[in-house]
Design a protein. Sequence first.
Length: 385
Amino acid sequence: MNLEEKKLIVVTHQMVYGAPQALKDYLIQKNTQELVFIGLPFHEQRMVFFEIYKKKKKIFSKIFSRKFSYGFLDYILDFLTVFYLILKQNHKYDFFFGVDGLNCLVGLLLKKMKKANHVVFYSIDFVPIRFKNVILNYIFHTIEKICVNKSDLVWNVSPRIAEGREQFLQIPNDPKRQIIVPIGVWNKNIKKRDFKDIKKHQLLFVGHLLEKQGVQLVLDAIPDIVTKIPDFKFIIAGGGEYLDILKKKVIALHIEKYVKSMGWIRDRSTLDSMMSESACAIAIYKPEKEKLYNFTYYSDPTKLKDYLGAGLPIILTDVSYNALEIQEEKCGIIVDYETKSVAETIVKLMGDLKKLQEYRKNAISMANRYEWSNIFDKALKHEYK
């Protein structure tokens, strides 16, 4: 596909840098004739980002602030915002990339109005029960069915998404219609540190702070860890509704000197630098037997590729689809979702410098297979009906 002759749209909800932003950067690098990028509010991020690029040059940029959240009405407002901004351009676009069902639905409407030629449903996650409200959950999955069936192509970040749709939504798993476009990393852009320069007793977590992320297990393990590693440090880069609970736990356990909370780090180079200086990282997702609410089980968590790109061995639970692969490639170690297993693994890995160095090399090697440019090159070579 010659992107220099194409007019494209990417629409997503955003809080930090992820796959949609990587797609935007990739399309800019490819000298796309015109690219419209719309980033909608997500969680505590309450702004709409509207950008237009022509031949690598940003020709327009505007930020709309939303001071309040209106609950379910936010979704309707998002839909109308995208619809209005695109119609206002008075162009016909070659491709519309809708990240999540509601954004894709706007693309399908624009295609119906002959404002877009092709629509790609870019699916970052899947979960059988998205909302506890039965009606909302039904609406959500009805939109997903429409998007899968009516889009020209579906990009899934993991093979489990199509499997989940087939099991719970009775959507056939057609590999010609639903292709795997895994999460990647700009591995060539990440500065790698020599092993002698890293902080060998520094553990890192990056991401949205929820109970299911398992950060509390590390906090509970710290009193045991520091008896073996007195200069142990745990860096938390992220935010979320669980942050206050974690802060109270830190105080209750008297481990303030070992834990540092950085909040969200939105500058990518700063985050990459922090990751590369750490010894290893955690992704201790909480397992769920029924897998009805577990986003992680079906997705390809961004943080795993970010960790690998920075050369970070990962201490993780067997939840994501690639957890076993990461362990088999000797880039990480799978632990049980309990404090003792977490504490023992951290101490053992940090205490074995030879193993730590070997795992760092393996992590970088594995990340090389997931360079964003290669992933998008392959995805865009697919036939579009």
